[in-house]
Design a protein around this ligand. Sequence first.
Ligand SMILES: C[S@@+](CC[C@H](N)C(=O)[O-])C[C@H]1O[C@@H](n2cnc3c(N)ncnc32)[C@H](O)[C@@H]1O
Length: 199
Amino acid sequence: MDWNEVFTGEAYRYGTEPAAFVARQMWRVAPGARVLSIAEGEGRNAVWMAGQGLQVTAVEAAATARAKAARLAATRGVTVEWIAADLRDYTWPEAGFDAVLGCFIQFAPPAFRAAIFAGLARALRLGGLVFLHGFARRQIGYGSGGPVAVEQLYSLDLLRGAFPGWPVLHQADYDSTLSEGAGHSGRAALIDFVARKPG
Ligand SMILES: C[S@@+](CC[C@H](N)C(=O)[O-])C[C@H]1O[C@@H](n2cnc3c(N)ncnc32)[C@H](O)[C@@H]1O
């Protein structure tokens, strides 16, 4: 997929409001905490989190998305640190964040996904929280968004296995109706996962 092309145009493909998961779960992170949001897209989650008093760093590869994200942040009067990087060659920080977020990052096939999850773990300080949200495997066929390759979709077993020994604070596998711009619209099979880095 050419993500630069996807984000061309004025409309925000996934809307300008945070994913419901983000709005529901970020209470776990105290104001002032440092949050890394990867593959942030057009900024809906980063801008909302910054508005909640979090110090947000957002990584995104597509220049078209970053430009719209910066506009959204300016409109809302919040500050986000934007990093232009492809996660395939991003140098992950070490223990630099209190929380990390991956929201609909299912562009990654399994080996790349494993590298991203390792990077998220590396970026967290001990005791920091990982937040993951995406489509469940049964999303194939729903037609409301997400990849068409089933191996890129999630199950709770997969996510628990990716963070072995991490206490799970929240996990859910459920159907819900998405209304997040043209990109995510309609009934969807979703996974939520929040876990704490041990130590
Ligand atoms: C489905 S969108 C989700 C965007 C955002 N997280 C949200 O929930 O609105 C996937 C995002 O991943 C970004 N992306 C895809 N491949 C990437 C890569 N290799 N490195 C960094 N970002 C990437 C795309 O540009 C796009 O913004």
